[in-house]
Design a protein around this ligand. Structure first.
Ligand SMILES: NC(=O)c1ccc[n+]([C@@H]2O[C@H](COP(=O)([O-])OP(=O)(O)OC[C@H]3O[C@@H](n4cnc5c(N)ncnc54)[C@H](OP(=O)(O)O)[C@@H]3O)[C@@H](O)[C@H]2O)c1
Length: 297
């Protein structure tokens, strides 16, 4: 099954549906990525901070596809921000992944407490792009106020902004801001994982998977709640990267190309927005709170 693609603002194409590996333990990551590749996924989203780039690279290599048939995305953590540090962060990630070139390299977070470092890190991404070490560059968890400060100081408009988007936290203003500037919206926690991560939060949390409206639509279209949420994103041109280490769910999340939600169904999901962020406020991530080192390759 050919996956629909999205075209980034520099002409590079990427699959509309990819595979996430946040919280996939290193020892289960290679098997999960192998199942994903067997299923047909051709985009893997990892990060230096996830501690599993090596296993992602091993699984991709062992699977043996031509290099240009797998789109690999990873992220630079804040402890590696700064021009020279970020150039070196590329070497660390590429070394662990076992790749000469990374398809999409993004800044994991803005660092509002040291914005100059954020800009310097992105300038390094621009250099890597110019040198052909990466095919596209972008950002993650940037809010409009960060982009307002950031865009006038950089040359290359980010190709993507990877942000928390699911039915309970939709960030409509940010989506619009990105779209107007040619920045692709890439949805993390696309099926609302952050609303039900095992071991996180308290019992009062509402899980998007249990949502009555999503379940009703799922029943009506003969799909699962996760598949309905993925359709909701895809039909609004957002790139999605659902994560699972469970083979049956990995396959389920890929089986979303034979159904179309109606406008009314999309609107009903739009109406579920709570405006409440599941993840950390971007400004709460600082070199004081999250300055853990990324190991060498
Ligand atoms: N840039 C950032 O700051 C940031 C932050 C968070 C995530 N991300 C990226 O986005 C990816 C996806 O986000 P996410 O991992 O937060 O959440 P998600 O993909 O929305 O949900 C993942 C959770 O849902 C479960 N699951 C997966 N498919 C399911 C299905 N069909 N039915 C029921 N449960 C299912 C998984 O469990 P099992 O694995 O046990 O099956 C896991 O607990 C991450 O892996 C990562 O690549 C980026």
């Amino acid at each position: 099954m050919a996956i629909p693609t999205l075209t980034l603002n520099n002409g590079v194409t990427m699959p509309a549906l990819g595979f996430g590996v946040f919280q996939s333990a290193p020892e289960e990551t290679a098997a999960a990525v192998t199942t994903a590749l067997e299923t047909g996924y051709r985009h893997i989203d990892t990060a230096a901070a996830y501690g599993n780039e090596r296993e992602v690279g091993e699984a991709i290599r062992a699977f043996g596809l031509p290099r240009d048939e797998v789109f690999v995305e990873t992220k630079v953590w804040i402890s590696d921000y700064g021009f020279d540090q970020t150039l070196h962060a590329f070497e660390k990630s590429a070394g662990k992944l076992g790749l000469d070139q990374i398809d999409l390299l993004i800044l994991h977070q803005p660092l509002p407490s040291d914005f100059e470092k954020t800009v310097a890190a992105y300038r390094a991404l621009e250099r890597l792009l110019a040198d052909g070490k990466v095919r596209a560059i972008g950002v993650s968890n940037f809010m409009p106020e960060h982009l307002e400060r950031f865009l006038p100081q950089v040359e290359v408009t980010p190709a993507v902004n990877q942000i928390e988007i699911h039915p309970y936290f939709q960030q409509g203003e940010l989506l619009e801001y990105n779209t107007q500037r040619g920045i692709l919206n890439q949805a993390w926690s696309p099926i609302g994982g952050i609303t039900f991560y095992p071991g996180w939060g308290d019992d009062s949390r509402r899980s998007t998977l249990q949502d009555p409206v999503i379940n009703e639509i799922a029943k009506a279209v003969g799909k699962t709640p996760a598949q309905v949420m993925l359709r909701w994103h895809l039909q609004q041109d957002r790139q999605v990267i659902p994560k699972s280490v469970t083979p049956q769910r990995i396959r389920e999340n890929f089986d979303v190309f034979d159904v179309e939600l109606t406008d009314h169904q999309l609107e009903r999901i739009d109406a579920l927005d709570t405006g409440v962020r599941g993840g950390p406020e971007p400004a709460s991530i600082t070199l004081e709170t999250a300055n853990f080192p990324i190991p060498e390759a």
